[in-house]
Write a protein that binds this ligand. Structure first.
Ligand SMILES: C=C(O[C@@H]1CC(C(=O)O)=C[C@@H](OP(=O)(O)O)[C@H]1O)C(=O)O
Length: 358
């Protein structure tokens, strides 16, 4: 079991959703870097629970407390540790789930592997709550990359099949995305936003949930990151992505649409612009042969619907080995994808910083 990742920048996430604290250790940090705390807190708040009617009712301040390596917001040692207090957990809601696993949640696979001793309250180590310390690390990484003029942004591309407007992947509207980054439903097209809102109202009323896609963009990404065969840039992004609960798929550039296209439509043809080698289109999402080519990096994170829904479902009792009907209590997101944009940005920031710390 691993809650650590990275080679040149080592990150360890600890704690869980219903323990008193959770947090992150970041190793091999840049001494002297001054963290913009206001910016970091704003970044954390984009993910935080309890902020909108379409997210969990659990309210957490997600206040950051550096317990080592940071003084007056400045990094003063190679290793820094930060904790976040869990202020509003209700473990009672999870009592029946130790015996009756939620369909499509990790309850059952965790039981198969670890038995009953794993703390599974609030989803234990499988909880989306652990994306808070992940974003804490990602928010700092993003600030360090900004000093190198690397920009990262994101949007919600699709909820339940309702797709935001098309973006030119060779020229993503980074400033526009940055301006709307605090939106509840981070889409560009207002008409689509209304449609998504109506869908979410309906899903919520039914006690159901819905999936979605978060799209991540990186600009001014250095050329030449990633190696064949198994250290490709896509593999590194995917490795972190699959550490995020509820992720079902990752795709780069046009992703699955590529299978419907001819080479003459899909190939990104070259042009020389102001003496720089560019591609006219960016269907590859900035990565070819597993190596970044200097075009914007663009990838999609496809999330399943939140498995915890209040509609009655068929399950079984682990103790009795008998089928049971399960009704889940608790405060769950009708659409967890809505809160994933800062998580997607963190995946890109932490992957890049790990590669650039070489
Ligand atoms: C608290 C957060 O989300 C939680 C993620 C989560 C899960 O199973 O992933 C289940 C819920 O936790 P609880 O049942 O304790 O309310 C969400 O509220 C968060 O993201 O910060």
């Amino acid at each position: 079991m691993s809650q650590s990742f990275g080679k040149n920048l080592k990150i360890t996430i600890f704690g869980s959703s219903h323990q008193e604290y959770m947090g992150v250790v970041m190793d091999n940090m840049k001494i002297g870097f001054e963290i913009d705390m206001e910016k970091l807190n704003n970044f954390m708040q984009r993910r935080a629970p309890g902020k909108s009617k379409f997210t969990t009712k659990r309210k957490e301040s997600d206040k950051i407390n550096f317990i080592s390596g940071v003084r007056d917001n400045k990094i003063i040692s190679k290793t820094i540790t930060a904790i976040i207090k869990n202020e509003n957990y209700k473990s009672k809601d999870y009592e029946n789930l130790n015996d009756i696993p939620r369909p499509s949640h990790a309850d059952y696979t965790s039981f198969i592997k670890y038995g009953n001793d794993m703390d599974m309250n609030g989803g234990g180590p499988f909880s989306g709550r652990l994306t808070a310390p992940f974003c804490l690390a990602g928010g700092i990484a993003k600030q360090i990359l900004e000093e190198k003029n690397i920009k990262i942004s994101s949007r919600i591309k699709n909820i339940g099949g309702i797709e935001d407007k098309n973006i030119d992947l060779a020229n993503p509207p980074m400033d526009e995305l940055e301006k709307i980054s605090q939106k509840e439903i981070l889409v560009l097209d207002e008409k689509k936003e209304k449609e998504i809102r109506n869908l979410l109202e309906e899903v919520k009323k039914d006690g159901d949930s819905i999936g979605g896609i978060c799209q991540v963009f990186g600009e001014n990404i250095p050329k030449g990151l990633g190696d064949p065969l198994f250290d490709s840039f896509e593999a590194k992004i995917s490795y972190l992505s699959y550490g995020i609960p509820a992720l079902r798929a990752v795709s780069f550039g046009l992703g699955l649409d590529a299978m419907k296209m001819k080479g003459s439509q899909h190939n990104d043809q070259f042009e020389i612009k102001n003496g720089q080698v560019k591609t006219i289109t960016n269907n590859a999402g900035g990565v070819v042969g597993g190596i970044t080519n200097g075009m914007p990096v663009v990838f999609d994170l496809i999330f399943k619907p939140t498995p915890s829904i209040s509609i009655c479902q068929k399950s079984f009792s682990i103790k009795e080995k008998k089928e049971k009907i399960l009704q889940i209590k608790g405060r769950h997101d009708p659409c967890l994808a809505l809160r994933t944009p800062p998580i997607g940005e963190s995946i890109l920031a932490l992957t890049l910083l790990d590669l650039l710390n070489d």
